[in-house]
Ligand binder design. Structure first.
Ligand code: ME8
Length: 519
């Protein structure tokens, strides 16, 4: 760890009223790709995910299941903590808001807000949507069937009237606007940033941060009748996990806070980009460096919902298409930040096109030619001509491109850049025609195959964060040692050594044979 720069990134903590699906897997996957990338690039990464277990919504779901909220939370949380094994997520911690460490941090945060004069006791009367665990102003609602009031998200609202503690959010309007202005990349993508800035410019009402009409949550320190608002409780998880309130020198808090990135879906941007930095500033703590709000997945053109029965579990995707293809599809199909649609067709196109025909074909034909014609060892290159240098130069330039694209969470553009080199590699094979050189100029054939193998080594190292298993198989076939797979091994200084024996080649990206073409 010594000498490495810290990088702290988080997923939302997921409510335990639902089973994990492709939407949850997407957010955590994006973080996993970043975490793996940063580790390979020499950073000291802390990657956090977990579950949000308090609040009325979870209490209601537990009641519907006929069990106590804690037992319910224990059961459902396990579905989320099992997800890393399915998707090969490499989170360093898994936080549950029912843990004592979190209770402790929430109390401390409340007390800091209170000590700084940002909390007052009042009474709340207004609209609340349990589904969103959010308060709404009358002006935001529309009328639904049967006299119901409906939130902009489509959730039913209920009228709530009860004593409540308030957070002086109204006082944070200008400090927030100043903060956004001083940190133009705090909220990404830019369109989402503009929405948040417009919302804050429109004025902020004080926020009700405690409830008295249900039990399932963390009690307000010093006033046991009140339960802390579930969003204040939930957001605090990000500092709990770095040991708050222990903020002294040499603590995990000192090392990792402020977080480099909170990755969230666009549905919960306001909580992360408005309330959270206001809470933190009010408590005298630093706001996070970035909140990225990604888009929303639909399935075959439809909203995912239990009632439509179209919710896809990550296990199902991995079982149907394989781990690497699933991870690749989710990161490549949609420009990160935009909404996207999952369809079987689109998935099969990516598997058979990008993976089998492009990347797989490049790897397979090069390795099998080396296996057959070069004594199953890395070939000995001769002098390089312009075409060779062109391909290698493009491959060696990829790390810088990838770093730049991921600095803005543009996963799709990073992959586009990798595929540009894959395409160039396949064209180079066709143009150089090493199979024809075998008889006419075997030394030149060896050079061409060497250039290709070295290009594939770059690609194999760089695709590890997205496709860990397939990339490992590629690097195994090039006899790249486990310890030689970090980004510090990219580039010409660690190029393949001629004569290194190579194992027998085998396919890495199988084609998907669609047995249900009508789908
Ligand atoms: O909001 N497409 O939890 P949650 C893309 N507990 N992403 C999706 C998605 C979809 N169709 N469906 C869900 C909560 N997500 C709070 C968070 S954080 C302090 C507390 C992802 O279980 C996306 O990341 O409702 C979204 O923001 C999150 O799941 C919502 O998860």
């Amino acid at each position: 760890m010594a000498g490495k720069a810290p990088y702290y990134l988080t997923t939302p903590i997921y409510y335990v009223n639902d089973v994990p699906h492709i939407g949850h897997a997407y957010t955590t996957l994006a973080c996993d790709v970043l975490a793996r990338f940063k580790r390979l690039d020499g950073w000291d990464v802390k990657f956090l995910t977990g579950t949000d277990e308090h609040g009325q919504k979870v209490e209601k779901s537990a009641r519907a299941a006929g069990i106590e909220p804690q037992a319910f939370a224990d059961r459902v949380s396990r579905n989320f903590s099992d997800l890393p094994a399915v998707m090969k997520f490499t989170n360093d911690d898994f936080i549950r808001t029912t843990e004592p460490r979190h209770h402790h941090a929430c109390h401390a945060l409340w007390q800091a807000l209170q000590a700084n004069g940002h909390i007052y006791l009042g009474s709340y009367s207004g609209w609340y949507a349990v589904r969103d665990e959010a308060f709404y102003g009358e002006d935001e609602l529309r009328d639904g069937p049967g006299g119901k009031k409906i939130a902009p998200t489509g959730a039913d609202c209920e009228w709530v009237e009860e004593p409540s503690y308030f957070f002086r959010l109204s006082a944070w309007q200008q400090p927030l606007l100043d903060f956004y202005q001083a940190n133009p990349d705090f909220i990404l993508p830019p369109g989402k940033r503009n929405e948040v800035v417009a919302f804050v410019r429109g004025g902020l009402r004080d926020l009700s941060i405690s409830r008295t009409t249900f039990d399932w949550g963390i009690r307000v320190p010093g006033d046991e009748r009140h339960i802390m608002y579930v969003w204040l409780d939930a957001l605090a998880n990000y500092i709990t996990a770095v040991g708050y309130p222990d903020t002294g020198a040499e603590t995990p808090y000192a090392r990792y806070w402020p977080a480099d990135l909170h990755m969230v879906g666009k549905d919960i941007l306001r909580f992360h980009a408005v309330y959270w930095p206001a809470f933190l500033m009010a408590a005298g703590l630093a706001p996070p460096r970035r909140v990225f709000a990604h888009g929303w997945w639909t399935i075959e053109g439809q909203k995912m919902s239990k009632s439509l029965g179209n919710v896809i579990a990550p296990e199902t995707l991995v079982a149907s298409y394989g781990l690497d293809a699933t991870r690749y599809f989710l990161m490549r199909e949609v420009p990160f930040g935009n909404d996207g649609d999952f369809s079987h067709r689109a998935m099969v196109n990516r598997i058979n096109g990008d993976l089998a025909n492009d990347y797989g074909n490049l790897v397979q034909r090069v390795l099998s030619m080396i296996g057959k014609n070069c004594g199953a060892a890395v070939p000995q290159p001769g002098p390089l001509v312009e075409a060779d240098q062109g391909l290698l130069g493009a491959a060696y330039a990829l790390l810088d491109i990838a770093r730049t694209e991921l600095a803005g969470q543009a996963f799709h553009r990073m992959l586009d850049a990798f595929w540009a080199v894959i395409g160039a590699g396949n064209r180079y094979v066709d143009e150089q025609a090493p199979w024809a050189l075998r008889k006419t100029d075997p030394a030149r054939m060896a050079t061409v195959l060497y250039v290709l193998a070295e290009t594939i080594r770059q690609l194999g190292i760089l695709t590890q964060p997205v496709m860990p298993d397939a990339s490992a198989r590629i690097l195994d076939q090039l006899a790249v040692a486990e310890g030689d797979r970090g980004f510090d091994r990219l580039g010409p200084d660690h190029a393949l050594v001629a004569g290194t024996p190579l194992p027998a080649p085998r396919g890495v990206f199988p084609r998907y044979v669609d047995e249900s073409p009508g789908r």
